[in-house]
Structure formats: structure tokens, C-alpha cells
Design a protein around this ligand. Structure first.
Ligand SMILES: O=C(O)CCC(=O)C(=O)O
Ligand SMILES: [Fe+2]
Length: 192
């Protein structure tokens, strides 16, 4: 029971942060907050706890394959001091060092699609440490499962839509049926 209420409190707290970041990001895009918020009423939130045991031959194994998250925003807590998360930028991998008490905010594929590519989802992976275990908790924030996933009309009045429009349920079905391979899933959502 204690574990459940702790997780409830944690997920409630990170959801508040995600909602407030989404509101600010909507405004920065020149949108009314509701344009994104309305799609997130009854939104989907999930939390994944990752445990990476140490491996003496760390360079020969993968902790978490390269991927981008299939959501709007992910808030990652690096639970202990062991470094492992890396992001890809201009073709190279860069470590994201754990900062005590700080959350990492990753842009997900749905945010890239909503914004017709103004924001790009971040490709990331996790490597393991030769001596120490590593823990992370990733909280994923997505629109309502019945929302439509496609470029927001408010942003595409004067430009071509660069991504397909699909319903959220089918989008997730496709995501889970696809091998985690960098941003290949998002590439399949592109129109050209
Ligand atoms: O372990 C990490 O820092 C990243 C985990 C992750 O990318 C995920 O759970 O989607
Ligand atoms: Fe991830």
C-alpha cells in the first residue's frame, strides 16, 4: 500500500509539471494553452522504472536501445548517481549527467507531430556501467487515447503537413508493433 501511494503521489506531481510545461510551450508556439491541454484531458500517463545491472563488459552490451519516446513529454528521474543516459545530437552521442533532484525533460514523437516538426523528439539510449547498478524512472505524458495525432491545424494554416494524422490508439498499436530503432517509427509517420 505504501508503494502504491508513493507512486500515486509521484505520478501526480510529475503530471503537474508536464501540464505546466505543455502550457508554456503552447504559448511559445503562439497557441492558446487549450489547444494542447484539451487533447490531454483524461490523457495517458505511464511510468517505467528502469534497472540496469552492472556489466563487466559494459561496452559490449546495450542498456536501452536507441529510440525516441512515443509521447508528448517524458520526465526522467535519474535515481542514483550512475551516468547512463545519452542523447543523440548531430550524429553523436552525448551523456546526460545525473543532477540530484533534477528531472530531464525529453520531447516525444507526438510533440514533434503536433508541432509539424517545429520541436523535434530526442533520440536517446542508455548504456550500462561496468561496476555499479543504475536506476531511472521515466514518466510519459500523452494525449487522451481517443485524441487525434497529427499536425495541429492552428500551426499548419500556411504550410504543408509533414506527418500523417492517425488516431492515438492506432498510433500506439503501431508503435508497440515496431522494433525500437532510433527514430524509425516517427519516420514512418512522415508524409514525404
Ligand atoms: O534510463 C534512462 O535514463 C532512459 C530510459 C528511457 O529512455 C525510457 O524508459 O524510455
Ligand atoms: Fe526513452
Amino acid at each position: 500500500m505504501i508503494a502504491i501511494s508513493t507512486l500515486d503521489r509521484y505520478s501526480g506531481a510529475v503530471k503537474e509539471i508536464a501540464d505546466s510545461l505543455l502550457a508554456t510551450m503552447a504559448e511559445n508556439l503562439g497557441l492558446k494553452q487549450e489547444v494542447i491541454a484539451d487533447r490531454c484531458v483524461g490523457g495517458v500517463q505511464s511510468v517505467r522504472m528502469n534497472y540496469y545491472p552492472p556489466c563487466a563488459q559494459a561496452e559490449k552490451v546495450v542498456g536501452f536501445s536507441p529510440h525516441s519516446d512515443a509521447d508528448l513529454l517524458t520526465l526522467v528521474l535519474q535515481v542514483n548517481h550512475v551516468q547512463g543516459l545519452q542523447i543523440k545530437r548531430n550524429g553523436s552521442w552525448f551523456p546526460v549527467r545525473p543532477v540530484e533532484g533534477a528531472l530531464i525533460v525529453n520531447i516525444g514523437d507526438i510533440f514533434e507531430i503536433f508541432t509539424n516538426g517545429r520541436y523535434r523528439s530526442i533520440e536517446h539510449r542508455a548504456v550500462v556501467d561496468p561496476k555499479e547498478e543504475r536506476l531511472s524512472a521515466a514518466a510519459f505524458h500523452s494525449p487522451n487515447i481517443h485524441a487525434t495525432i497529427g499536425p495541429l491545424k492552428e500551426l499548419t494554416a500556411d504550410e504543408d503537413e509533414a506527418y500523417k494524422t492517425v488516431d492515438h490508439e492506432n498510433f500506439m498499436r503501431l508503435f508497440f508493433a515496431t522494433k525500437l530503432e532510433g527514430k524509425s517509427f516517427l519516420d514512418r509517420m512522415k508524409l514525404k
